[in-house]
Design a protein around this ligand. Structure first.
Ligand code: GLP
Length: 247
């Protein structure tokens, strides 16, 4: 694993955008696995800046997003489709028809999952998968569980995730209770994985995920078995990991 310990959120975002940008420059038709949450917002802003400066061309890029709330339409401002459009896709020259997010309004969950799995198989393999990490070690919406789910599936969100994500909604009751997410198997099939973490609140789980036992109780710990992981974090989020590694 390669680790970049950056001073703050802005430096983390620049580093992550540099890695994603390099991927696009080296392979114009890259398939990017993309993520939502507060962690990647600065990375997307930096990618937009580089696009506007003429340094990046997204015209050949395909994207597959990790997850989507069940029950939200793409024009709901809390949906992950809306997030991706407003934070990235609307500001770069990506072909929108080549950007994929699970269908939050899919009526039959099994069918919705199977369809998204087919999209990932058809468009993949993902060249570079961007990941944030939840406070309980979730990646995408793979919550702590008894086993690793391989494929796209519909999950019941944990109270801690609902609590963490309610800041984006008017009230906690508005946070959807279920979501569609890529499985751990889908994520592990990406050729490269780029994890971004920031803030002191993530320090414990980051250290646990990358130095503790590999267990579905800490879903991100499976990344210890991936052969090409880059972790970019700010000093606060990486403090405990760096301390553990230097012992
Ligand atoms: C959500 C998303 C995850 C994301 C996580 C962390 O639950 N489904 O993909 O990684 O939040 O979010 P943040 O970056 O805001 O801490």
């Amino acid at each position: 694993m390669t680790i970049y310990c950056e001073k703050d959120y802005e430096a983390m975002s620049r580093r992550a955008a540099g890695i994603i940008g390099a991927q696009i420059i080296l392979k114009k038709d890259s398939v990017l696995g993309l993520a939502t949450g507060s962690s990647p917002i600065g990375t997307y802003e930096e990618l937009i800046r580089r696009y506007q400066a003429g340094e990046l061309d997204f015209s050949g890029v395909t994207s597959v997003n990790l997850d989507e709330y069940r029950g939200l339409s793409g024009d709901n401002d809390q949906s992950y489709r809306y997030f991706m459009d407003t934070h990235l896709f609307d500001h770069v020259n990506i072909d929108k028809s080549r950007t994929f997010v699970p269908d939050g309004l899919g009526e039959d969950p099994d069918r919705t999952c199977a369809m998204y799995d087919d999209i990932i198989s058809r468009e993949g393999p993902v060249d570079l998968q961007l990941l944030g990490m939840g406070y309980n070690g979730h990646i995408g919406f793979n919550e702590p569980a008894e086993y690793f789910e391989k494929k796209v599936h519909c999950v019941d969100l944990t109270e801690s995730t609902i609590e963490a994500n309610k800041r984006f909604f008017e009230k906690a009751e508005d946070v959807p209770r279920q979501a569609y997410t890529m499985g751990i198997g889908n994520i592990m099939q990406a050729k490269k994985v780029l994890v971004i973490v920031s803030g002191e609140g993530k320090a414990d789980i980051v250290a646990e995920a990358f130095t503790g036992p590999v267990t579905p109780h800490v879903p991100a710990s499976i990344l210890q078995f991936h052969k090409d992981v880059t972790l970019v974090g700010d000093e606060a989020a990486l403090s405990k990991l760096m301390a553990t590694l230097s012992r």
